[in-house]
Design a protein around this ligand. Sequence first.
Ligand SMILES: Cc1cc2nc3c(=O)[nH]c(=O)nc-3n(C[C@H](O)[C@H](O)[C@H](O)COP(=O)(O)O)c2cc1C
Ligand code: SF4
Ligand code: SF4
Length: 643
Amino acid sequence: MARLETPEALESFRQEILSRRDPDSPCVSICAGAGCVASGADEVIAAFEKEIEAKGLSATVSTKGTGCPGFCEQGPVVVIYPEEICYLQVQAKDVPEIVAQTIKNKQVVELLCFKDPATGKRAVKESDIPFYRSQQRTVLCNNIKIDSKRIEDYLALGGYAALAKALGQMTDLEVLEEVKKSNIRGRGGAGFPAGRKWEGSRNAKEPIKYVIVNADEGDPGAFMDRALLEGNPHSILEGLILGGYAVGAHEGYFYVRQEYPLAVKNIHLAIQQAEHYGLLGENILGSGFDFKVIVHQGAGAFVCGESTALMTSLEGKAGEPRPKYVRSNVKGLWERPSVLNNVETWANIPLIIDKGADWFTSVGTDSSKGTKIFSLVGKITNTGLVEVPMGMTLREIIYDIGGGIPNNKKFKAVQTGGPSGGCIPEHLLDLQVGFDELTKAGSMMGSGGMIVMDEDTCMVDVARYFIAFLTDESCGKCVPCREGLRQMHRILTNITKGKGKQGDIELLEELAETAVEASLCALGKSAPNPFLSTLKYFREEYEAHINDKKCPALACKELINFYIDPDRCTGCGTCRKQCPADAINGDKNLIHIIDQDKCTRCGTCFEVCPPKFSSVVKLSGDPVPDPVPEEERTIRKKIKEKG
Ligand SMILES: Cc1cc2nc3c(=O)[nH]c(=O)nc-3n(C[C@H](O)[C@H](O)[C@H](O)COP(=O)(O)O)c2cc1C
Ligand code: SF4
Ligand code: SF4
């Protein structure tokens, strides 16, 4: 196929692709995202290809390895079209049965369908699974329908229609106005209105301008950008070209961390394909608009996700933030107007242009429009990527979609906004998720990390953990960030070790305030958030650690002891056999005793003691009772005496 010279040619090509596809013939989509590949998706794909060929079905049945549909907890995920039958945790050995039953006989293999743990009911279609039912997937939904290496799949679903519309029917100013009207706020952190950022660049005097995709995704545990980059790279590319058109840029950059090799590969391929069809390069679709794209791999430093650090790194220098006397949309990369947006922000742009700003604003809250993808992880039954309308409550996300907290534990807090976000407590579970709502609650949207914590989580330790991460990631340019965070980390570590003292909280507050006030970039300015939010909502935990040397969550190693309850111990010996420190004394029919001097507090005995006995208990702040005297340790004897 030659270059597409006009929007009409693109449309005919799309029709040609569709005409070659029979919507009624089976298509097996197998998630080939990182999570599913780790659970064996590659073998499943190979098994489908082999089985379909062996059964002589290659002419009528197609298979594709796709992007991540989000339900990583239950991968590998397989969806069979046109019926949309969804199978979870599929292994290569299941494939012959799926082909024989579902593809040949249109029968559902019930055992591979999602089973509701509460009701035992099976859900056949993806949309019937509770994890998906309450989501509103406008950006992520195509991942499972697309082989990200095939531009035809993207085109078949309406890909590049927005670009054709913009170049064929809209002026660059009209594209900008539509984005402004949509009120889309950046999905990567601060939530700045994209349209206003674009307008600033467009109006800047300097004629050479740039548009940039921030695909650094530095937040630990977050993988929404990765899923889009790997699964649907053309959607981001199309957004970027539209951005270039609207602001008057002819050059765009993808800044991707090199730890995402599949994303890098897929973007390169997407660029090549788009160039081949004349959707990128010179005179795009015959419109006279030229645009080229360059991919840059970052080394994976968290601070390089910060806008000015990213641009400095793109310029080939050390990725350190620089002062923003003038915003980077006016003076950015090589001091030229540069629009930097997050992957998810760019992926929303073709939808806005194609369906219109009114469609986009019909979803969300007053100040946060559209949907947002979150990576839901931690102490939650269904981990994975969820895309929900802005305004959905935390409770709905955590319980209706996430399936609640496993093992009958109690919800304690949810950390949103990445490492420099904040922890939101149980009484705010009905908070609507939106940029301003989260900020008001002492946290932030960030790029969409959502870590759920249960009753066993110590909030002081959580603050210590995130401050430790940020201390390591500080570029070291400013003292309040470099030294202040280090000092905060030292004090928090002492508190979790039972070495906290009066005045520590006040000193932490002072250091936090200085970092917020005096740091150059948002890393330092927002780094105290984990401490400030945990102090705001869980102050009593700080006080218990400092005043009573007690960890109320029974989590801080130095503040807990393990003790075997003599009334519950059956002498089964499970703990003794698995204690790595040889700290448990006992024998058959003898009450077991922990030697506190030898114990390393690894917690193995607590975990392995059979739940029906639950003899090992954790103590914090209370003295460990004296061991049972030798003469009272025999279990049979004790029963006799009691009887
Ligand atoms: C320390 C730090 C790390 C950041 N990392 C990222 C990142 O990985 N991805 C991202 O899109 N934005 C990140 N940001 C936010 C960017 O600076 C910038 O606001 C964003 O990319 C703009 O795009 P948006 O308006 O579409 O959100 C980070 C900010 C800071 C301060
Ligand atoms: S605030 Fe921290 S990360 Fe940001 S420039 Fe200063 S030292 Fe570097
Ligand atoms: S906590 Fe670990 S070291 Fe201590 S008694 Fe139990 S298993 Fe042994």
